[in-house]
Write a protein that binds this ligand. Structure first.
Ligand code: HEC
Length: 201
């Protein structure tokens, strides 16, 4: 006597076929798009590098705070942040820097093009528009900028002094950065920007 497959088995077979059929379609669509458009997707390339730098910096920062507290993490950031981002840049043949109008580290001072982008993002945020990256393509180089927004974690070092920021932490901030301008922020505001420089292909 032949066995008749149960409805459950039939359903699994159909679902399996559907899943298998679905898989190849996603990558081939991307290939197709890439071949149609000759210029590389610089924003996408820059975003991947930015996310690596952000991930590296973020995880080291969280570890430093957990292990030894925010005041110690100030000293950690002061000595390590730029090295960490530089090394992500070198590994990816890109330039990476952070820039801010209200900077902590004076070497992160925004230049004219950074300021133009910062101001456009500030006005977008005021008008409830989601901030977007900007890509400038020059002869030999491409410059991509991304916003850096604050979140709860940032408040202990960039929030309001003696409220979010403890006296001890603020002492370490001033010891490292006597001209600090990077306090008084609220969550979800523009703290600064990432600037990624790529060679034009
Ligand atoms: C433990 C304290 C601490 C925390 C928490 C912290 N920062 Fe900072 N931040 C610093 C210090 C110190 C610097 C200056 C050293 C550096 O990173 O170049 C800095 C610099 C920066 C800069 C570079 C521009 C500048 O002002 O020099 C940006 C952008 C920034 N922080 C964003 C953030 C964001 C966003 C968060 C939350 C996700 C955050 N920070 C959390 C201490 C902190």
């Amino acid at each position: 006597m032949k066995t008749i497959p149960s409805p459950g088995i039939i359903f699994s077979l159909i679902l399996g076929a559907f899943l298998i059929a679905c898989q190849p379609s996603a990558p081939s669509k991307t290939d197709h798009q890439a071949s149609e458009n000759e210029s590389p997707d610089y924003e996408h390339l820059a975003k991947e590098i930015m996310l690596k730098a952000k991930g590296t910096l973020g995880s080291k920062l969280v570890t430093a705070i957990k292990q030894s507290g925010a005041p110690y993490a100030i000293d950690f950031c002061a000595t390590q942040a730029t090295h960490l981002t530089d090394s992500v840049g070198e590994a990816n043949q890109a330039g990476i820097r952070r820039a801010a109008k209200n900077f902590r580290n004076p070497s992160n001072t925004a230049n004219q093009r950074d300021l133009a982008y910062i101001e456009s993002i500030e006005s977008d945020l005021k008008n409830g528009i989601a901030p977007k990256p900007s890509t400038l393509i020059a002869d030999k180089e491409v410059e991509v900028r991304f916003p850096i927004l604050t979140e709860e974690l940032c408040m202990q070092c960039h929030g309001i002094i003696n409220d979010h920021i403890s006296t001890e932490t603020y002492e370490r901030i001033l010891a490292n950065y006597p001209d600090d301008r990077a306090t008084g922020f609220e969550p979800n505001s523009l703290r600064g920007i990432w600037v990624i420089n790529l060679e034009k292909e």
